[in-house]
Design a protein around this ligand. Sequence first.
Ligand code: PMP
Length: 404
Amino acid sequence: SPFNLETCARPNILALEPYRCARDDYKDDGTNVLLDANENAYGPSLPASAVSGTGTGAGSDSGPGFDLLGLHRYPDPHQNDLKQLLCNLRTTHAHTAKALTPTNLAVGVGSDESIDALLRCFCTPGRDRILVCPPTYGMYSVSAQVNDVGLVKVPLLPAPTFALDVPSILAVLTSDPTIKLIYLCSPGNPTGSLLSKSDIAQILAHPTWNGVVIVDEAYVDFSPSPSDSLAEWVLEHPNLVVTQTLSKAFGLAGIRLGAAFTSPPIARLLNALKAPYNISVPTSALASAAVSPAGLEVMRKNVAALAKQRNRLLEALPKIKGIGRLRGGTASNFLLYEILNAKGKPDNATALAVYQRLAELKGVVVRFRGKEHGCEGCLRITVGTEEEVTRFLAALEEAIGEVH
Ligand code: PMP
């Protein structure tokens, strides 16, 4: 591989001396008197009403599974226990005989933190650029703008495949050495389609490009098979990062926990540049519970229930007059549908009017994805509960009738 971390990453990040605390050397194991971190020894200022009625300690079935009275201490900056659980979750040996280890991982405040951290790690502001493939997740370009990093777009092939335009991507990577990162999304948002593994392999096999491939797998646990995850590919590819999150299939958007699987040298840089205590004690405890065997059982049950409602939408939506084609795939917890105008053609203005009517008159909020997002006149509909889907279907039929 032409990838060379020493010439690809930013020099200031390569030279970075990460923040160190005394507890890197002397552990918080209950035996030491800890007067090193300017914590408040008198405890958290939580009123009794917030503390009582909640269990303390892992295994309690009445409480959150962590000690509220211990929250005056900083969290573990390395999160090795949580990282090991996340590695176990993604080690299948399906792709390789090797196992993922905590050296392959950086955890962040949602995958949004990793998306941004990679830009700060590799892209020099005002000089470097990233490649994105619209329609895709909006934060890649927002983070690029925040970091004063340029954006090159190679759109996905037209719906319904929404596949990568591999020849165009390879050509752009050949001709533009300022591109340091390519952000791919699989299953895609808003497309709901899995990208082809052989297409991603072709990009990783680029003969001259010195850059990093990011595969955003925020929705991978909704896809039909867990082996759809490319996390283990990081054991073979030094310039691959696979990001995942507990916000979607695990239903924990509120705790903000994301994971970036990658080669140990890139993981080391991501860990060096992060804020030292980015993962809070409650987040860490709840994330560990979610990826435990009992947590996985709940996740799979919820994903199965959701798939049932997704199938219900797939059956019911085409019967509504004014609904166009399903665009993209069904590998996620949302569907992308065209909205037709009175003449039977998809158009932005009609979809936008239906979107606004749904929200303002029916109290049902979906997402408008139009020409400006790379899809003409579409709505992206998150799969809800049975009751929510019922309410949405009735509201949509009315809203389209009123707009036509
Ligand atoms: N990637 C994709 C494709 C997403 O759709 C989202 C959330 N909308 C994220 C990443 C960010 O998720 P989080 O920061 O909650 O992990």
